[in-house]
Write a protein that binds this ligand. Sequence first.
Ligand code: 5GP
Length: 120
Amino acid sequence: MSYDSNNIFARILRQEIPCKKIHENNFGLAFHDINPKAPIHALVIPRGAYTSSLDFHEKASTEEITGFYRFVSDVVRLLDLPEKGYRLLSNHGTAAGQEVPHYHVHIFGGKPLGPMLKES
Ligand code: 5GP
């Protein structure tokens, strides 16, 4: 999948559309999900143009990868989640339900989160 530079998160990074920002640094930007699925539902995105976790893990530099995942943990601490518990999730592709083709990590918390996947 090639990167679409007009995807919604690329536009948020360029400040063309607003977001409820939680934190940012040279490696990433964190903001609240527009349609939260838990009392705390944050999205963390790298600044670079990567379509998903696979793309990021295979193509980003070691510095970007380390910087980004440290940033994810900074956000977890800012949201006061380490003691309470939280879940990280990232979707790749249609079967997983990925809607936005810019790599992002969801952070869920603020209530008991239940089973990892919905029982069918
Ligand atoms: P995905 O399904 O790709 O893993 O998750 C995309 C997430 O982005 C969804 O949870 C959706 O609610 C969120 N989202 C989509 N558009 C926007 C937006 O314009 N602003 C924010 N803050 N979140 C968005």
